[in-house]
Design a protein around this ligand. Structure first.
Ligand code: PPS
Length: 301
């Protein structure tokens, strides 16, 4: 039975270590109910830029791209405090931090689209990634949280939770469907992680156009350089963020490839996820073939 606590007059349920709010699940050791409620109540502004993702889908990469584009090609490492201040995490840091952030910047959120504070002139960059790599990256993220988490977690168990839509923060398909639904809105940019991997220049050009940033060749090449995987690794992105936020142990930059799932999923798990994806998307033309060129779904699509 979930137990119930009361926080600032808002009823909040905690169940199996997760805070349950609006159908989403937030790991209770990482989030505070009061902060999540403040995030949901944030008044979006016309100059807001949101980076909208299911965890492990390319948030960090997009953050570094938007930051470089907005700051004349500046890498995260040139002024780490500035990078952090301009990239608040809505439901982790709360509305006060977002209201006070230096602008221009980008607001990271793992809220499902319909729960993200909306302003018709705000911009929403949705990054989605194929579910197999998200699932594997999610598992790596969980086991990196603590030695106990590593000891008590098994991929097989996480995989079943993923299929059942019970990993934090919401079902993979809640993100995919809600972003897909808004993909043609003028204030939404729908981006595939795999397309970024395949052609980062054209992805950066799309982001710059969406943000009305005048992109010349120099800024494009500088943005490619300071946001690429090797640059983030070599300049110790993870360690520096962890140093500045000691509660964090997350490998924001880990392996960064398409298809890492092949090293982890069994053939049977792969087939089951193929079937699940096909079942969920079969009646949605375009979405069911979204990863067509990337050799993700073998058996059904
Ligand atoms: S988080 O924890 O939700 O903020 O994670 P998120 O940033 O959304 O996703 C982490 C995955 O993105 C990979 N990543 C990159 N891939 C390619 N290029 C660059 N520059 C890059 N930066 C981060 C990161 O390695 C995670 O994927 P996996 O598969 O775990 O390596």
């Amino acid at each position: 039975m979930p137990n119930t606590i009361f926080q600032d007059c808002e009823e909040t349920q905690i169940c199996n270590g997760s805070i349950l709010i609006e159908g989403m699940r937030f790991p209770a050791h990482l989030y505070a109910p009061k902060t999540i409620h403040s995030a949901l109540a944030y008044n979006a502004r016309a100059d807001d830029i949101f980076i909208v993702t299911m965890p492990r889908s390319g948030t960090t990469w997009m953050q570094t791209i938007v930051y470089a584009l907005l700051n004349n090609g500046q890498g995260f490492d040139e002024n780490l405090d500035d990078f952090i201040a301009r990239n608040p995490f809505l439901e982790m840091h709360g509305s006060n931090v977002v209201e006070a952030m230096p602008r221009p910047g980008a607001i990271k959120t793992h809220l499902v689209f319909e729960h993200i504070p909306y302003h018709p002139n705000a911009k929403y960059i949705c990054v989605v990634r194929n579910p197999k790599d998200v699932c594997v990256s999610f598992f790596r993220f969980i086991i990196s949280l603590s030695p106990e988490a590593a000891k008590n977690s098994s991929f097989d168990c996480l995989f079943e939770q993923f299929l059942a839509g019970q990993t934090g923060h919401a079902d993979y398909f809640d993100y995919l469907f809600s972003c897909w639904e808004h993909r043609d809105d003028p204030n939404v940019l729908f981006v595939l992680y795999e397309d970024m991997k395949a052609n980062i220049r054209s992805s950066i050009i799309r982001v710059a156009q969406f943000l009305n940033i005048d992109l010349n060749k120099k800024l494009l090449e500088r943005t490619v350089l300071v946001t690429q995987f090797d640059y983030l690794k070599q300049n110790r992105f993870n360690e520096r963020i962890i140093d500045s936020e000691p509660s964090t142990t997350i490998e924001f930059v880990r392996k960064g490839i398409v298809g890492d799932w092949r090293t982890v999923l069994s053939d049977e798990q792969s087939r089951r996820l193929d079937a699940h994806f096909y079942e969920k998307t079969r009646d949605i033309p375009g979405l069911n073939t979204l990863w067509h060129g990337y050799n993700v779904f073998n058996s059904c699509t």
